[in-house]
Design a protein around this ligand. Structure first.
Ligand code: HEC
Length: 413
């Protein structure tokens, strides 16, 4: 059976590990990673509705904002704010950090950012300059969270968990909530003023508003990401070694260890309804898991089953699954992240009416033929058409590429 297959939510679509995930209120998911691309997924994760390629360098963090907006930050030290239906440029760019921005957290019309420049900043979503610059950590600030009582908290390479009471001027001394010997990588807020923090030795710690601490060993390797369920009763911890564990906050009892494909994981997020979990990892895929069972979930509705004509060229159709999240074959298909490929052969690049291309493709002069499409996926879009929004990717080997081209020739006529 060609298309009944896998537990994967979709084929590998990122050009590198998926470092960040955010879930929008409408259930849509944004994923981002080392390939500099942000991919916007429809609820369910089967189709991509957009690809944003703007950051210069890896995208390290994402945060869903009110009104369907999205914040992204990266290695380039910039924080970008995107409108609900983003074009190629962000709505606003927040500048000031002098190092990679590793963490973002939004609450109450504000956005907080944590940077390897040793500071965290708090921004008003309607303004430009930061309303507060939080200085005091020694070295990288790796993560930031807004506590349920509104207090901004940060965790850093220096092993400290700090809180920054409002009302002080820049440079005000923070409260040190807890101090650990080893670097802290991940931080998330839970109900009741509790903070969950994950560190280099794999311990998951819950720090109460009174400073009381509870801890559990979540794994043998550093924790790289934490995510709280929407109701705050469960927390997922992703370890650098590969495992994702899900804990009950109340009892610190282990509910599941996610087992299946796609590990190791770099990022984790809960779906808005709390019923499923998303993970992104080294295999460049975004995967979905059943939060109640800890098992990988099969596709609910795949673009494959609907739009890939299986009879045409089975092996090529299989290879095309890596494209199907972003490209339709049918001119009448609803808009997706990439242009539909109907009639692609013989068409000049960047000329499908009604699709908004990057400048690179809109200005390009390649005509798509078997040879030029073959070249595109042999050397990769980043080499053949640098500046394109299409994620970095190549097709594994000559046989698969031939099969893909045979399939495309038949299926795009
Ligand atoms: C994550 C989404 C994504 C995936 C996966 C993807 N593409 Fe694309 N593709 C795009 C986007 C976005 C564009 C437009 C790029 C631009 O404007 O710079 C594009 C452009 C193209 C173009 C040029 C179209 C034109 O009208 O000039 C071709 C051909 C193409 N893709 C083929 C493929 C094939 C074949 C695969 C699978 C091997 C694939 N793409 C995988 C997003 C994707």
């Amino acid at each position: 059976m060609l298309f009944s297959a896998p537990a994967a939510a979709q084929e590998a679509v990122h050009g590198g590990p998926v470092r960040a995930l955010a879930v929008a209120p409408d259930g849509g998911v944004a994923s981002a990673g080392f390939d500099q691309a942000i991919i916007l997924w429809e609820p369910g994760g089967q189709r991509a509705r957009g690809v944003l390629r703007w950051h210069q360098g890896a995208v390290n963090a994402l945060a869903a904002l009110p009104g369907g907006m999205l914040a992204s930050s990266g290695e380039d030290g910039l924080v970008a704010l995107w409108p609900p239906r983003p074009g190629p440029e962000p709505l606003r760019v927040l500048t000031g950090h002098r190092g990679p921005v590793a963490g973002l957290a939004a609450a109450g019309g504000r956005l907080a950012s944590a940077s390897w420049d040793g500071t965290a900043r708090v921004w008003d979503l309607s303004g430009g300059a930061p309303v507060r610059v939080l200085e005091g950590h020694q070295g990288h600030v790796n993560a930031v969270a807004v506590r349920s009582d509104g207090l901004v908290a940060t965790a850093g390479f220096d092993g400290t968990l700090r809180a920054w009471p409002e009302g002080g001027t820049a440079g005000e001394a923070p409260l040190t909530l807890a101090e650990f010997g080893l670097p802290l990588n991940a931080l998330v807020a839970l109900p009741g003023g509790v903070l969950a923090v994950g560190g280099a030795e794999g311990e998951l710690r819950l720090v109460g508003p009174d400073g009381r601490m509870r801890a559990v060993q979540a794994g043998a390797r550093p924790i790289v990401a934490l995510a709280a369920s929407p109701d705050g009763t469960q927390i997922a911890a992703a370890g650098l070694g590969g495992s994702v564990t899900v804990w009950e906050v109340e009892s610190l009892r282990l509910r599941h260890t996610l087992e299946g494909p796609g590990l190791p994981v770099w990022s984790v997020a809960w779906a808005a309804d709390g019923a499923s979990l998303w993970t992104g990892g080294t295999d460049r895929r975004v995967r979905r898991w059943n939060a109640a069972t800890g098992r990988p979930m099969g596709p609910v509705e795949g673009p494959a089953a609907e739009t890939i004509p299986a009879g045409l060229h089975p092996q090529g159709a299989q290879v095309f699954r890596a494209c199907a999240a972003c490209h339709a074959l049918d001119a009448a298909a609803p808009p997706m992240a990439g242009p539909h490929l109907h009639g692609i052969f013989g068409r000049r690049m960047g000329t499908l009416p009604g699709y908004t291309y990057s400048e690179r493709l809109a200005r390009g002069d390649i005509t798509w033929t078997r040879e030029t499409v073959g070249d595109l996926f042999t050397r990769g879009p980043d080499v053949v058409t640098p500046g394109t929004r299409m994620p970095i990717q190549t097709v594994g080997n000559a046989e698969e590429l031939d099969a893909l081209l045979d399939f495309l020739e038949a299926a795009t006529r």
